[in-house]
Structures are given as C-alpha cells and as structure tokens.
Design a protein around this ligand. Sequence first.
Ligand code: FAD
Length: 509
Amino acid sequence: ESAEDVGSHLGRAVRELPSTKAIDSLLVAGKRSGTLRLKSDKPVVVLLGSGWGAHSIMKVIDTDTYEVVCVSPRNHFLFTPMLPSTAAGTIEFRSLLEPVRVANPFLRYVEASCDKVDVNNKIIYCTSQNAYEDGFRPKFEVPYDLLVVAVGEQPATFGVPGVDEHCYYMKEIPDSVGLRQRIQQQFELAALPGTKVEDMRRALHFVVVGGGPTGVEFAGTLSDFLREDLKKKYPELMQFVRVSLLNATPSILVQFDEKMRQYALENFKRVGVEVRNDTAVVEVTKNTIKLGNGEELPYGVCVWSAGNAPRPLVKELAASIPEQAQYQPGGRPSKLAVDSYLRVIGAKDVLALGDASLFVPERLPATAQVAGQQGAYAAHLVNRGFALGRGGMGQPPPKKPVEKLTLTDKAHAALGKTILEEPEVEKGVAYYNKAFEFVNLGILAYLGNESALTQIELPFGRKLKLAGELSYLIYKSVYITKQVSFRNRVLILVDWVKAKVFGRDLSNY
Ligand code: FAD
C-alpha cells in the first residue's frame, strides 16, 4: 500500500475509536506518521486561515470549552492595509505580523493548506506547507465538529497572459519583499555606467495596474519613496523615472464619492503619478505591457492589484453543495453563500466568513472590516454554544437564554466590534440569536505626499468626508489603534520615526 493509503486507513481506524476527537487524530500520512495524542473530548472547532476573519475568531473563542485547531499555510496574521508601505520601506514587514501561536497560545496550529472538505463526513484533508528533506510533504486529515472557512481570496489575473510570470502582486509579505528588492535593483541597473537612455527609461518605469485602494496606496507610497529618498541618492536618474497607474474602469477609487476621487487625481498630478482610466491591460511580456488600444508600454516593474478571485478550495466546496447553486453569480461556483448567521447554506456545521463568503442577506464589501466583524460574531455564536446546524435562509439557530455578558463580550462591545449585545427579550427572559449585521466604520486611503482620504458613515445616511493632511493624521491614528497588539503599535511607531529621521533603507537585499 502507498504511504497515503496507510495514512488514510489509520485515519479511519482512529475515527472509529469512541473517544477519538479530531485533535487526537491529526494524522500524518505514510511511514512518518504523526503522534496521535489523546488530549480531550472537547468539541473540535477547525479554523481554516489566519487572516482577518480567522484571527478575529482566535482572539475571542473559548478554548476552555472547545479544542480549536487552526490550519493555515501562513503561521501569522498580516495587517494588510499597511502592506503597500512595506514595499517602499516606510514600515518593516515584521511590524505588521502577529504569529498565530502568540495570538492564541491555547489553540493548536498546523502549517498546512486544506485541499478538500468532506462536509458529509465532517473531515478536512490537508497538505503540509513544509517538506521533509526528500521533498515529501506530509498529508493528513482532521475530523471536525464545527468548521470555519476563512481562507480569503487570491489575486485575479482575469486570464491576462504574462501576469503571473512578470508582475508583482500586493497580497502577502513575500510579494512586498520581492517588490522592494526589485525597485532597488532597477535603480542600480539604471545607474550602471554605459546604460542607454532608453534602457534607463524602461527600467525606471513603474506601472501599477488597478485603481482600487491597494493600487492607489502603493502608487502614493512609491511616489513618497522616490521624492523623499531615491531622489537624494540618484539625482541624475530622476529625469527618467515615471510612475503610471493603469485602471480599466472610468474612475479610480470607486468606493469614494466623486469629489474625493477628484482630490485623489489632483494629488497624483502633484506627486507625478500618471493616472490612465479606461485603460485595460491585455498582455504583459518581460519588458512590455500591451494595452487594449494596441499601445505597448516599456516597463521595469509592474505591480498587479486589479482584483481578487475565489480560491480553488472555495469554488470546489461551493460546487459540492447543491443548495449553493442558486446563489452563485451566473451559476458558476465562486464564494460560499452564507445565511444571516454566517452558516454555509446547505452544509451542516460549517461557517464561512470574510472574502471567501457571500453574505446572502446583504451585499457586503470584501474588506478587513467585514472579515474582522464576522470573525468576532462567529466566535460569540460558538462561545454561546449554539447548535448551528445546517445553513439555510430563514432557519435561525435555536435561541439561547442570556446568562451574563462575558468579559470579552464587554470588551468587544466597547470596541464596537460585535453586534450581539442587544438580546431580544421575550416574557422577561433575554435571548440571543441575533443575525450578523455589518457596522460600517468608514474607509480610508493613503494618496502619498502626507495626504489621505477619509470617508466615515454617520447616522441617517450622512457621511463625514475629509481629504488632505488632517485626513492623513486620522489615517495614521486609526491604523495605530487598529493594530492587533501593543507590540505591533510600538514597532510601527518606531518604523515611522526611523523613516522620517534616517530616511528609508536603500539596501538591496
Ligand atoms: P485573508 O485575510 O486573506 O486570510 C486568508 C487566510 O487563509 C490566510 O491566512 C491564508 O494563508 C489562508 N489560506 C489560504 N488558502 C488556504 C487553504 N487552502 N487552507 C487553509 N488556509 C488557507 N481591507 C480594508 O478593510 N481596508 C483596507 O485598507 C484594506 N487594504 C488592503 C490592502 C492590501 C494590500 C490587501 C491585500 C487587502 C486589503 N484589504 C483592506 C482587504 C482585506 O485585507 C481583506 O478583505 C481581508 O484580508 C479578508 O480577510 P479574510 O480573513 O477573509 O482573508
């Protein structure tokens, strides 16, 4: 029998033992079987992912009552809104991370990807992120009592040839690290003696594809890096530097009101970022970006932040549940449709949240804010012991009488993070089973040149709109307060001071 067969038999045998719970039967397939540790009989909650949604759950979930297993290929949480700043060296990337094992030392973390979910038998199948010296990547399976899918999305190429090979994404730390190094290399290349002018122009043409907040923030941050640091060290090259932002739709930053968009465009004019709307990229080759109108742009670095697409795991899972079909746009499986309680429609004991989910009651944006609030909400549902059952519109989980608010409830209420604080009262007894409600706290975008946009939703459909330096101060204070730990706050403050006093680091490593 093959190594995988042995693993699978072992898995079945262990599952059949009466005392077996998932945490005890984490199995490594093949001859290098993992240790089967019988720890407890607690119900097992498996979290897929370590991003905004999963991190928010792991901070709140009651590990005394549940055995929590987190499976993610990434052993840390990443504060994504500030990722563009790390590519320009304003912030060091480690300042934006929190290891899962620090976020919650009482959960079991496994560095692996989930490849498949069997919702009928309540088992997930995983492959380790790391390989042994002979290249063997252990596979294992984890049975669960409740599964939470928070695997987010992946960058979308929209089928444009050459994107994967030649562009940098802005999604994870390695993207940003590679990009930072590449920017520096392009300057050193252009500075080589004997480099032709056309090669300098090509090397120093930085192209950002995508006019959403991520593309805009990166273009703004890059322009700061150019004006504040690179200009001092490579003054003779600045005449060849060009930053272009290519946007396929008629406007950048569609999330913001028209006036704010205009402000962003004017700011980009001031800092030298050329914005081209209605400009679709149709192919990227090693040295050229081909546009829909037939134009070819020579470039040195291309950052692709044109949008996201569902992960294969999510598409396959959605396709495997017949009840999902009616909610999938165009009938094609994409995200996991969830009901008002974040239960995956048609699946038993599976919750989905964040970018991987499609909240059926209301169209929600794919943002950290939504994922974070959904994570806190899901943790409260689980902590209160709801028998979540099968997801489906119009079938709420059974009501639970309120005993008392826990400390985390109170903390979350104070942070405005959860919406579970208003129990329904029936015949003098208070009950919880409130559906999830998104509380929109507003949106921010950094534009470069110490200028930002702030749009905050106020009661009665009104909005507070600010653009410029004051907005930049708000942006900085919000991001500092929103950090997930005191450590991260201190590290970011130190990075900001370092960049201001000594300039951004120019080493090419
Ligand atoms: P993610 O945070 O993406 O987490 C997904 C997790 O799943 C990751 O840990 C990943 O490693 C893991 N995973 C992937 N595949 C598997 C698998 N097969 N098995 C197990 N685990 C898996 N939102 C805002 O609200 N404001 C902003 O300013 C903002 N700026 C952004 C800037 C950037 C550069 C980016 C990339 C995003 C930004 N967003 C912002 C969007 C925000 O980051 C996402 O909406 C949010 O991360 C979604 O959270 P999530 O938990 O659904 O997924």
